[in-house]
Design a protein around this ligand. Structure first.
Ligand SMILES: [Fe+2]
Length: 234
C-alpha cells in the first residue's frame, strides 16, 4: 500500500518568484512521492532548486531521486538564451540523489548540466521507477528531443514538452524530429481518456483530462502521418 503524494509547482509563482525569466518560461515542476515513507521524486528540477527542496521538506517529504523529461536547460539547468539556469548540479549539492533519464538523453543532460555518468540512471521505455510504494512508468516519447520521456503515475501523465494543453513541443531544435513526435503523440492518444495530462509548461493551462485535450488541441488530432504533415511542417 502507498499513499500518493503529487504536487504541481509553477515557476515564478510557486517557486522562483525572484528568479529572472522563471515566470515567463512558465515551467512546471512536479513532486511525486509516497506519503507513508516520506520519499519523493522531483521532476525537472530547475530555476530555484533550493526552494523546491524546501517545499518538499515543508511537506515532510525527502527528495530521493530526480526524473528528467528532457535535456533542455529550462527543465534540468544549464545555459540558455544568455541565462544561467539553476538545475541538477544544485540538486546534487543540497539533496544528492540518482537522476533518472532515458538512455538517448543522457548525453544531452551531461552536456548542458555538467553532471557525470555516475550521477545518472539510464532507462529504456516502459521502465518503472519506484518511490516508496508508488510506481512511475517511463514512456519514451521522442520528437521534441531524442530521449524525451513522459511519466505515468496512476491515472496522471506528466508530459514534459511532448504535449501541452495548447500545442505540442517544437521539433526545430537540435535533435527534434517531427515524424517521431507524431508517433509519440499517437502513443499518448491511446491512453485512457480520463488520464489527466500534466504538461511541462503552462501553455494553455495546468492540467486537463486527455480526452478534452484530444478535442481541443489541433496538434493532438491527426491520426495519420499525412494529416500531421499538413498541419506540422517543420
Ligand atoms: Fe524543451
Amino acid at each position: 500500500m502507498a499513499t500518493l503524494y503529487f504536487r504541481q509547482l509553477l515557476a515564478g509563482r510557486d517557486f522562483g518568484a525572484q528568479t529572472p525569466y522563471a515566470g515567463q518560461m512558465a515551467n512546471f515542476v512536479y513532486l511525486i512521492g509516497d506519503r507513508d515513507t516520506g520519499e519523493a521524486l522531483i521532476v525537472d528540477p530547475a530555476w530555484a532548486v533550493r526552494e523546491l527542496v524546501d517545499i518538499a521538506a515543508a511537506d515532510d517529504m525527502t527528495i530521493t531521486g530526480a526524473l528528467v523529461t528532457h535535456y533542455h536547460p529550462d527543465h534540468c539547468g544549464g545555459n540558455m538564451m544568455g541565462l544561467s539556469i539553476d538545475g541538477l548540479p544544485t540538486l546534487l549539492d543540497v539533496a544528492p540523489c540518482p537522476i533518472h533519464v532515458h538512455k538517448a538523453e543522457a548525453h544531452g543532460v551531461k552536456f548542458v548540466t555538467g553532471v557525470s555518468d555516475s550521477d545518472l540512471v539510464t532507462h529504456d521505455s516502459n521502465d518503472v521507477v519506484k518511490v516508496g510504494g508508488v510506481e512511475v512508468e517511463l514512456l519514451h516519447t521522442p520528437g521534441h528531443t531524442p530521449g524525451s520521456l513522459c511519466f505515468k503515475v496512476k491515472d496522471s501523465l506528466i508530459s514534459g514538452d511532448t504535449l501541452f494543453l495548447s500545442g505540442c513541443g517544437r521539433t526545430d531544435l537540435p535533435g527534434g524530429d517531427s515524424d517521431e513526435l507524431f508517433r509519440s503523440l499517437q502513443k499518448l492518444r491511446k491512453l485512457p481518456g480520463e488520464t489527466t495530462l500534466f504538461p511541462g509548461h503552462n501553455y494553455g493551462g495546468h492540467s486537463a483530462p486527455i480526452e478534452s485535450v484530444r478535442a481541443s488541441n489541433i496538434y493532438f488530432k491527426p491520426e495519420t502521418l499525412q494529416q500531421w504533415h499538413q498541419l506540422h511542417n517543420h
